[in-house]
Design a binder for this molecule. Structure first.
Ligand code: ADP
Ligand code: MG
Length: 298
């Protein structure tokens, strides 16, 4: 078992950051740990990487207990912390060499991880001279140094520009072919772009654990329609199989249907029958989006 979490609770002072959390990850896959800010994602990751202790419950990584077998856990897991603390004055190779020594890793491994993370053209520079995307690669290279089975990445793509985002996503996807990757994010699109499975956390509690494949085949869709005039939400609720209606802005509505059937022609007929003009009409498979909204809307 790569990761095993049983009834983990974490209390900071008077605040419960995690409440009886349980989940398992048992094969090489990329699992997205999705939740709004403050949901408890970083707290869970710090427990799994032995940085902090839980108040109650059991957690194992690679079958090693995070309390009684900290060292084995640390050997099994590569960790990219939330704000990726790096020494800006250090050179990339110098930084990796220092950590290789700490982990007692063979020096050849340094060039290996530099290649693996696409750092080669920047590896002679000081960390402070690198772009945010390359700094993330340094963090990933560092997490991969001791060739761990499990990677725990806390918001690995936050703050990257669109090009850097694509590069880092591809890198993580490649790593996920061989290793278990447990990554946190508050952005749904990240999960759709990278993950095989999603675990959603809200207010310190797990509210969903699903395979992306199931969600993609899900029985839900959103139709985005723009009319030339304001329409009452309640009026749109008369459409067949409609689940909810959201007036996002101006005369634009997001209509969620509980069916996989393409509902655009129904919306079109409805508009026609009611003398409404349609200015735009789009459909998207919105299972993950509506699941996230339903489950994290307090
Ligand atoms: P996330 O990573 O999902 O944004 P965190 O795990 O960082 O959430 O935080 C969960 C909750 O615990 C938040 O309400 C946060 O303010 C609180 N928290 C996190 N760390 C501490 C701490 N060291 N002391 C007190 N409260 C904390
Ligand atoms: Mg966090």
């Amino acid at each position: 078992m790569s990761i095993e979490v049983e009834n983990i609770t974490k209390i900071y002072g008077s605040q419960k950051a995690l409440n009886n959390v349980s989940f398992k990850v048992n094969k090489p896959e990329i699992v997205g740990f999705l939740g709004p800010n403050g949901a408890g994602k970083s707290t869970m990751m710090k427990i799994l990487t032995t940085y902090i202790n839980a108040s109650d419950g059991l957690a194992k990584v690679n079958n090693f207990d995070v309390i009684t077998n900290k060292q084995k856990v640390q050997q099994s897991v590569g960790y990219l912390p939330e704000h990726n603390p790096l020494y800006l004055e250090q050179y990339v190779r110098e930084y990796l060499a220092f950590n290789a020594q700490v982990y007692a890793v063979d020096k050849n491994r340094i060039e290996e991880v530099i290649q693996l993370t696409g750092l080669t053209p920047e590896a002679h520079k000081k960390i402070g001279q690198l772009s945010k995307g390359y700094r993330q690669r340094v963090g990933l290279a560092n997490a991969l140094l001791h060739n761990p089975d499990v990677l725990i990445l806390d918001e690995p793509t936050t703050g990257l520009d669109p090009n850097q985002l694509v590069d880092i996503r591809n890198l993580i996807k490649n790593i996920g072919k061989e290793k278990t990757v447990f990554l946190s994010t508050h952005i749904m699109q990240e999960v759709e772009a990278m993950c095989d499975r999603v675990i959603i956390i809200n207010n310190g509690e797990i509210v969903a654990d699903k395979k992306l494949k199931e969600l993609r085949e899900g029985q839900e869709q959103i139709v985005i329609v723009e009319f030339d005039y304001r329409v009452e939400d309640a009026f749109l609720m008369k459409l067949p199989k409609v689940k909810h209606v959201l007036n996002t802005h101006d005369f634009v509505y997001e209509i969620t249907f509980s069916t996989a059937e393409d509902m655009r022609s129904h919306v079109f007929d409805f508009a026609h029958d009611n003398q409404l003009k349609i200015l735009q009409l789009n459909q998207k498979n919105a299972s993950l989006e509506s699941l996230f909204r339903d489950l994290t809307n307090n």
